[in-house]
Design a protein around this ligand. Sequence first.
Ligand code: ATR
Length: 277
Amino acid sequence: MKNKFAVFGNPIRQSLSPQIHQQFASQHALTISYERVLSDNTGFTSDINEFFKNGGTGCNITAPFKEPAYEMCAELTEHAKRAQAVNTLYKNDSDQLCGHNTDGGGLLRDLTTNLGLSLKDSHIIVLGAGGATRGILQPLIDQGPARITIINRTLAKAQTLANEFGDVFSIEAVAADSIPTDLPAADLLLNATSASLEAKLPVTNSAIISDNTFCYDLSYASEPTRFLQWTKECGCRHNHDGRGMLVEQAALAFTSWHKLEVSTKTLINNFEDLKAQ
Ligand code: ATR
């Protein structure tokens, strides 16, 4: 019986993955176990190996282990290769460790299916040039935008990412403290920095947004993040946090393990109830 799952991270207490996966399982009357596992840098590889040795079917990986998990895999999906990070692990028929990344796909499902956004010919501005940005660039490029700009505090990191994707799209790299005055406002502004975790603003230049800019923070919190407070203050009408992305990336992981589709709408609409469980 394929029923043993877990999420590995550090910290891990805050993870809502167990509740989300239990709700998906109940949609199909499946009985699963899904644990939170606190790991650390020295023990991570052996923790994963132990988990599968002890009958684990699949696991999710959260910060800060998505890159170490990627390094461990014998087989990688295209999304994982591009992201150079893995948030979903399972074994193939030859008992090899396989890695997938559902973060970018989850974001795109939330933006396009749930929120009705079309990215064709749009200008997308991504704030941040770390692992979160690397994980979402390919699915964004796949939507056919006209322009993608990465704005980052450290210009060199934005340039490195732009170069990495240079074979598929010409991405512009911009320093957060010297945004060109002729940069057009974004149709979609994504906050993929970790600034929300410290309640900080990654940019303060309101020329990058207009009333119609669709603003999305990959982070989520009970209160609007500092970034979404700012976009609202600037007059943006569309302001969303990353709760939909969280549920959708989990749905894609669930489908990759169980080969079953799940409904996400109720979970996203009642997201606050998840935390109470
Ligand atoms: P993750 O894997 O979550 O993307 P990361 O690789 O550490 O984490 O990247 C964090 C990103 O958030 C980086 O782009 C970082 O900017 P720098 O490259 O200049 O370090 C950005 N970031 C973090 N805190 C920030 C802050 N207070 N203001 C602006 N950008 C911030």
